[in-house]
Design a protein around this ligand. Structure first.
Ligand code: ZN
Ligand code: ZN
Length: 201
């Protein structure tokens, strides 16, 4: 045996495994162990009371019976903590979601043919090029322009809002302080540390 401990090896193996494998491992662990199930629930579930009321401690998940009467407005209902955003398509943490969390573009991406004067495909078969997946995009991002804001495809998004969960109950989405139709507050001075993923794949 090498000098590596089991813990090190397991950590490395975890890094190498893909999401599907890890999901499957976690599910089996949760099936086999009550303790594991509780621990996983702490990380992956939220009770709606945590989000509607002023934040309780995250570990205050004493919601043992989700059988609450409908009169109490969704008091102890459990829900996923991580959701996929319908706007940016990224998975986000509901606990960390705020009005600046989701940075995307409202408009569509177009290739600027003038940036590729010597490219036959651009000149003669422009409709055969999908600007979202085209190989040129990585090498010449300045040749791909968002129509909403005239920014190049590698620049920060112009639409800044909160993430919206794909399966968010309508009431929740409506209650939110954001709306897709409302003019977005464009905060150009916000930290541009967040890389916007505008890939459609
Ligand atoms: Zn834009
Ligand atoms: Zn988003």
């Amino acid at each position: 045996m090498s000098s590596k401990t089991d813990t090190d090896l397991l950590s490395q193996a975890t890094d190498k495994a893909n999401a599907e494998v890890l999901q499957s491992v976690l599910k089996s662990l949760c099936k086999a162990s009550e303790e594991c199930r509780k621990e996983a629930s702490k990380h992956l579930l939220l009770s709606t009371s945590t989000r509607t009321a002023e934040k309780r401690k995250p570990d205050d998940s004493s919601a043992k019976s989700p059988s609450t009467s409908k009169k109490q407005k969704a008091e102890e209902t459990l829900t996923s903590r991580y959701e996929k955003c319908i706007t940016c398509k990224q998975v986000f943490d509901i606990e960390a979601n705020d009005d600046n969390a989701c940075v995307t573009h409202e408009g569509y991406l177009e290739m600027d043919p003038e940036c590729f004067p010597d490219d036959d495909q651009v000149t003669y078969e422009p409709s055969s090029i999908d600007p979202y997946t085209d190989w040129r995009r990585k090498e010449w991002p300045e040749g791909f322009i968002w129509q909403c804001c005239d920014r190049a495809c590698n620049e920060e998004g112009c639409l800044v809002q909160a993430h919206i969960a794909a399966d968010a109950p309508k009431s929740r989405a409506a209650q939110g302080s954001w709306s897709r139709k409302a003019p977005a507050v464009i905060d150009l001075c916000s930290s541009d540390g967040e890389e916007v993923s505008d890939e459609e794949d």
